[in-house]
Design a protein around this ligand. Structure first.
Ligand SMILES: Nc1ncnc2c1ncn2[C@@H]1O[C@H](COP(=O)(O)OP(=O)(O)OP(=O)(O)O)[C@@H](O)[C@H]1O
Ligand SMILES: [Mg+2]
Length: 301
């Protein structure tokens, strides 16, 4: 038994996916921004902790990419990671599901506790980590297979072969793609538009019913309409999943995120570090640190 088995029950609270809500792609007034988020810092603070990151530093060889990061990521919230290029945003979220392990020079110090269990602890099964903590990348990367086989790929690998049709349909519905593809499931995924391909990648990630979804700039390569569809999707998915999203788009962070973490380069060491973390309203309207304020108001650099 891996340590992950003991976290099984706490991994999900079985919420339902609400109906779709239209959103705008341009900037929206404050009341609308607030209404699309889970209300209130205190409510956010009361949610169970999914990740407890303690003094995490990441090195590539002798270069430190991220230093001394401590923060808690809470269940069924959207947590945005923002900050200038090179400040370690991708390094940060890739460290949460051991995606950096494939980089030979990668080294991590500190602790990443997932439901209280050390992700980098001895005996932890990396395949199981990735099943529970799914990831979607900036560039849609469907396999050169049919739409159905893309979504069925991970369940098949894990031996989840019973009710596969239902599982594929459920994932495609959750990813708000079903209606567009239900008549062409056996055609190539490469024939889909970029926005559809990205929703397919989200369907592929959620087909094994993970606990957490990590999204590294999932909408930045998409047109505004597809980007809005991805945002809308995050709202409907957060009742089922805990979502961490890296984005360069401040309006997007303000619209979708309950919590926001601002990373930047440390003034002295020029190493990526967490500058400020809190509920999105506070980070955007009354940040404590001048670097956060400069960044969210576009005066950075
Ligand atoms: N595989 C790697 N090998 C060596 N150094 C790396 C590697 N990946 C990232 N780095 C370095 O780590 C630092 C942080 O990079 P990272 O990609 O995490 O930044 P980022 O905030 O995601 O940037 P962007 O907004 O451009 O995507 C950079 O200095 C980068 O050069
Ligand atoms: Mg990045």
């Amino acid at each position: 038994m891996t340590v992950w088995d003991t976290a099984e029950e706490s991994a999900r609270d079985g919420g339902t996916v609400p109906g779709r809500v239209r959103i705008r792609t341009d900037d929206v007034p404050a009341p609308t921004i607030a209404s699309r988020r889970t209300q209130g810092a205190r409510i956010n603070e009361s949610r169970p902790v999914v990740f407890d990151i303690r003094d995490m530093s990441v090195y590539y060889g002798s270069n430190r990419a991220l230093m001394g990061t401590s923060m808690k990521i809470r269940r069924n919230l959207v947590t945005a990671v923002i900050g200038p290029s090179g400040c370690g945003k991708s390094t940060f979220i890739r460290s949460l599901n051991r995606m950096n392990d494939s980089i030979p020079t990668f080294r991590l110090t500190g602790e990443v506790l997932y439901h209280g269990h050390d992700v980098y602890g001895p005996g932890v099964n990396r395949v199981e980590v990735r099943r529970r903590i799914g990831m979607v990348f900036q560039k849609p990367n469907p396999f050169p297979k049919t739409i159905y086989d893309n979504v069925a790929w991970a369940p098949r690998n894990l031996g989840l072969r019973s009710d596969l049709d239902e599982r594929v349909e459920r994932a495609l519905k959750q990813a708000a793609l079903w209606d567009e593809v239900k008549h062409r499931l056996r055609t190539s995924a490469l024939g889909l538009s970029g926005g559809q391909q990205q929703r397919l990648c989200i369907a592929r990630a959620i087909a094994v019913e993970p606990d957490v979804l990590l999204l590294d700039e999932p909408a930045s390569a998409l047109d505004p309409v597809s980007a809005a569809a991805i945002e809308e999707l995050m709202h409907s998915l957060k009742n089922r999943y805990t979502i961490v999203i890296v984005t360069h788009n401040m309006q997007q962070a303000a619209r979708v995120a309950d919590q926001t973490a601002f990373f930047s380069l440390d003034r002295i060491d020029q190493v990526g570090t967490l500058i400020e973390y809190g509920d999105t309203e506070t980070i955007f309207r009354s940040p404590r640190d001048t670097r956060t304020r400069d960044y969210v108001t576009g005066q950075f650099g």
